[in-house]
Design a protein around this ligand. Structure first.
Ligand code: IPM
Ligand code: MG
Length: 355
């Protein structure tokens, strides 16, 4: 089995190195092949997603991804910015189904900014569509406004779009995920304002007829943002579009105390996937050795489970992570009084030892 390893920028290389150590400690015969991506791709080959990196990602059975982005590339034209690497991989590989679990580990209840009784036992799964919406919709650009009160002024515009089959395919993924959990699915949209959202909601209702065992409900995105902090445990599986999913998944992640704990999977229709921490490249702490590697290590566990069919090894990693948390080891993002502060490498080594 071949795993493409794409560390990227910022803290990416530090956290991916720990996940690679964990994979190597499993005693399996994986082939790991590394390639530059994001700002690192731009530095090495003049493009955030070099052809050779894309070819490796296509050929591999799964992709382990760190993070991309650094302020120093903000002035580059958009097509050359690091973020285009992850967007390009999602699009080229048709990774349309993004799983972002938000689970509160009981040891970290005190690290959440919400009261323990609101978040204890939290276990939400956000299913975010990744290939459509305003992220990719054409036309987009900057032009002279053709009409309206500001006609003639420079204006930026993007297009929110979803087609019925595109919504259907993510709907099936979400309903099937709900069947494996508590059979409750909340679809988040803005159908009180947006045509795209009305089509999304109608399609969800249509697909729901094939899943009579799942209870489908709908919520406007503004209300969902409010309910996520008011009563987060009222959610189980949430399905939503690319843009709303981007925002709500960061919010859900933070309920658990630290976005540094949360893995994610982006899957195609055959369950080939890209696995990355839900957080970004955090250039402010890059190179300091203090980033939390657990989200990336847990992403490697998701990779074993979803794409490589190694459930037992995935369980081993997740158990090892729980063990180091129970031992009281904490990176600064999840540290609280009475626990032991450790850096990226110590945390990774502790997981390896616990394995
Ligand atoms: C994410 C990130 C990306 C996104 C960026 C880096 C393009 O925020 O994976 O949530 O917006 O999807
Ligand atoms: Mg995001």
């Amino acid at each position: 089995m071949k795993i493409a390893v794409l560390p990227g920028d910022g803290i990416g290389p530090e956290i991916v190195a720990e996940a690679v150590n964990v994979l190597n400690a499993l005693g399996e015969s994986f082939t790991l092949e590394e390639a530059p991506v994001g700002g690192a791709g731009y530095e090495a080959q003049g493009h955030p997603l070099p052809d050779s990196t894309l070819a490796l990602a296509k050929a591999a059975d799964a992709i382990l991804f760190g993070a991309v982005g650094d302020w120093k590339y903000d002035s580059l034209e958009r097509a050359l910015r690091p973020e285009q690497a992850i967007l390009g991989l999602r699009k080229h590989l048709q990774l349309f189904a993004n799983f972002r679990p938000a689970i509160l580990y009981k040891e970290l209840a005190g690290a959440s900014s919400l009261k323990p009784e609101i978040v204890s036992g939290l276990d939400i799964l956000i299913v975010r569509e990744l290939n459509g919406d305003i992220y990719f919709g054409q036309p987009r650009g900057v032009r002279e406004a053709p009409d309206g009160p500001f006609a003639g002024a420079r204006e930026g515009f993007d297009t929110m779009r979803y087609s019925v089959p595109e919504v259907q395919r993510i709907a099936h993924v979400a309903f099937q995920a709900a069947q494996k959990r508590s059979r409750k699915l909340t679809s988040v949209d803005k159908s009180n304002v947006l045509e795209t959202s009305q089509l999304w909601r109608d399609t969800m209702i249509d697909v729901s007829k094939q899943y009579p065992d799942v209870e489908l409900s709908h919520m406007y995105v503004d209300n969902a943002a409010m309910q996520l902090v008011k009563a987060p445990k009222s959610f189980d599986v949430v399905v939503t579009g690319n843009m709303f999913g981007d925002i709500l998944s960061d919010q859900a992640a933070m309920l658990t105390g630290s976005i540094g704990m949360l893995p994610s999977a982006s899957l195609d229709k055959a369950n080939k996937g890209l696995y990355e921490p839900s957080h970004g490249s955090a250039p402010d702490i890059a190179g300091k050795g203090i980033a939390n590697p657990l989200a990336t290590i847990l992403s490697a566990a998701m990779m074993l489970r979803y794409s490589l069919g190694k459930t037992e090894q995935a369980d081993r990693i997740e158990t090892a992570v729980k063990k180091v948390l129970a031992q009281g080891l904490r990176t600064p993002d999840i540290w609280e009084a009475g626990t032991q502060k450790v850096g990226t490498r110590e945390m990774g080594a502790a997981v390896v030892a616990a394995l």
